[in-house]
Design a protein around this ligand. Structure first.
Ligand SMILES: Cc1cc2nc3c(=O)[nH]c(=O)nc-3n(C[C@H](O)[C@H](O)[C@H](O)COP(=O)(O)OP(=O)(O)OC[C@H]3O[C@@H](n4cnc5c(N)ncnc54)[C@H](O)[C@@H]3O)c2cc1C
Length: 563
């Protein structure tokens, strides 16, 4: 847990729901600057993903403003990250990197094109070699860069790393990154056109844009490479492309971090609300937490948050230091991202709905963070397609990930059972490129990758001696996702599953208060519904309408006539 107390800073006390869209975007940039200047990372911290880098990415403050986190992920993880590994041979990049590290300039990362998202290997933007450097150009609408926030509207200079096909002597030499100034504090640089997109529904807004280049002249030093005179075409183009975008693979591991803290906040808000919100009875008032239908979502979110919170740093350690195989490192990132994000998507809407109308409001956090979460599913690696690739490679036995043994838990049996089942199907089909593989195996990809994540997270929770009732709730929660498998394979029929759940909830409930405290998220929660007093204070801050108008007699007659 972070000790910087950023949550006490005035700019994190401002409530976004009272701001206009542009005020909110502007605040996200100010907050990002404060976080960057608080952590004071070095280029080496970013390059090697040091513990300080991970402290910043996992700081609960990031779950308070996802627009801010989006800026940080692109600015630090992608832009500074991509440049960092060239600094030894490219001292000329140092002043730019220093400006970025101070947040004097914001870095954006322009890879995706409107017509090429998941197939970004096929981008069309060109950087044509001339005797003076390069000419960067967008040949058609489909090649416009899609998403990164490139507008000059918030008083911040921006620089981009633009991925473009290097053209030398009319020959395509593969996609490379180029450093391109985008705007100063007030306006775009010549030849760069930014078209601002509308807001992503229900999210903390950012100036997401479409960016186009019209024959922009770049110096030879714009090429992001250790040797700027090496224009040789890559021997293995796809491998070279993956190497260019190496920071995205690390981003896949980093971007789920705020969702674990958001899960904690959701459990805390839903839990506290359910404890004080009561229905009036004949004899006494009954807090809604007395209902099993309330107990489950609160305990489920709490258990999932605790198990993910324990597993995440262990996964980071495994990926960063315990394995030397890049493929296994990336596999771990995919498993973590899929598992954390899908848990988040199941827990948060369920908890929000159990807070009634209050759960639908921006000021109560959950509904908005649910929408913000949709972006992370796609950004820095779309979960579905990441799982498809990983699952295929695991089935083909190209490498393995460290799975707990079947004797570890029911969840490990489930994951291994699903792997076996699909390996058998592949064996019967013979070919992983067949139509049957596409229709029978690939749709299972995400389910199996998540199952692997569940088994790993559960094993890590057991090792860390997380309280047994929490482990039991987590296990029941995962069983709920595939009840038929447990019924068919380990003799847990529907009634047995229900009884297991009942026992888990009964054991966990007496400790709910302590579990919510143990999440250590209260300082980051500003939802007014966590206490009755909090709500009463909040409501005073809202605009009120009063007046002295009196109803004229003829108006009453008119109203009566209409009725
Ligand atoms: C919040 C946010 C921030 C972003 N920030 C950046 C940024 O900083 N820089 C940047 O360059 N981009 C950024 N992006 C863009 C992001 O990288 C792309 O959205 C992503 O790569 C997916 O591309 P797409 O949206 O065009 O989806 P598409 O490529 O159109 O894919 C749509 C769907 O098609 C299906 N599909 C596609 N290919 C396959 C396949 N091979 N197999 C099976 N199904 C398939 C999947 O269901 C997929 O979800 C951001 C996006 C978001 C949401």
């Amino acid at each position: 847990m972070s000790s910087n107390r950023l949550y006490e800073h005035a700019i994190f006390k401002i409530r976004n729901e009272h701001l206009s869209k542009d005020e909110s975007v502007s605040l996200a940039y100010q907050r990002a600057k404060l976080v960057v200047r608080t952590y004071r990372l070095t280029a080496a911290d970013v390059e090697h993903c040091s513990p300080k880098f991970w402290s910043m990415m996992t700081d609960p403050i990031c779950s308070l403003d996802i627009a801010m986190f989006t800026i940080l992920a692109a600015h630090v993880g992608l832009t500074i990250g991509t440049l960092s590994r060239h600094l030894k041979t490219r001292p000329d990049l140092r002043p730019l990197v220093d400006r970025l590290l101070r947040f004097d300039t914001v870095g954006i990362y322009l890879l995706t094109e409107r017509g090429h998202g998941l197939d970004a290997f096929n981008i069309e933007t060109t950087a044509t070699k001339t005797k003076d450097g390069f000419i960067l150009h967008t040949p058609r609408e489909e090649a416009t860069k899609f998403m990164p926030a490139s507008t000059p509207s918030f008083g911040i200079p921006k620089v981009a790393l633009v991925n473009a096909k290097l053209i030398v002597d009319s020959q395509d030499r593969g996609a490379r990154f180029f450093i391109v100034p985008i705007c100063n504090e007030h306006e775009m640089y010549r030849g760069v056109i930014s078209t601002r997109l509308p807001t992503r529904s229900g999210t903390n807004p950012l100036d997401f844009s479409i960016t186009q280049f019209n024959n922009v002249q770049l110096p030879p030093t714009a090429l992001v490479a250790s040797d700027i005179t090496d224009f040789a075409p890559p021997k293995r183009p796809l491998e070279a492309w993956w190497d260019e975008v190496w920071r995205i693979q690390l981003g896949t591991m980093a971007v789920p971090a705020p969702w674990i803290n958001a899960l904690k906040a959701t459990a805390f808000i839903g839990g506290r609300y359910s404890m004080h919100r009561s229905i009036i009875g004949k004899v006494s008032n009954t807090p809604i937490i007395s209902f099993r239908t309330q107990q489950w979502p609160v305990l489920n979110a709490t258990a999932v948050a605790m198990v993910m919170d324990n597993w995440f740093p262990r996964s980071i350690k495994f990926a960063m230091t315990d394995t030397t195989d890049d493929r296994v490192r990336h596999a771990m990132s995919v498993i973590v991202k899929a598992t954390v994000c899908r848990h988040f998507q199941r827990c948060v809407p369920e908890m929000a709905e159990r807070c009634g109308a209050q759960g639908t409001f921006e000021h109560n956090y959950m509904a908005k963070i649910e929408n913000d979460g949709k972006g992370v599913i796609i950004a820095e690696g779309d979960i579905l397609t990441l799982c498809i690739r990983l699952f295929s490679e695991l089935l083909l036995g190209r490498y393995t990930v460290p799975m707990p043994s079947a004797s570890n838990s029911l969840l490990a049996q489930h994951a291994l059972g699903l792997m076996e089942e699909n390996t058998e199907i592949l064996r019967s089909l013979g070919d992983h490129r067949s139509e049957s593989f596409n229709s029978l195996v690939l749709p299972q990809s995400q389910v199996v990758i998540e199952a692997i994540g569940h088994a790993m997270a559960y094993a890590a929770a057991g090792e860390a001696k997380i309280p047994q009732p929490i482990l039991d709730i987590y296990e029941c929660s995962v069983i709920r996702q595939d009840p038929a498998w447990y019924s068919e394979n380990v003799g847990l029929n529907r009634m047995a599953q229900r009884r297991r759940e009942d026992a888990a909830v009964k054991a966990a409930l007496p400790n709910l208060n302590a579990y919510l405290d143990a999440l250590r998220i209260e300082d980051y929660v500003s939802a007014p519904i966590v206490s009755d007093e909090g709500w009463k204070n909040y409501v005073i801050s809202l605009p009120r309408h009063t007046g002295n108008a009196t109803v004229e007699p003829q108006q009453i007659q008119h109203t009566q006539a209409m009725l």
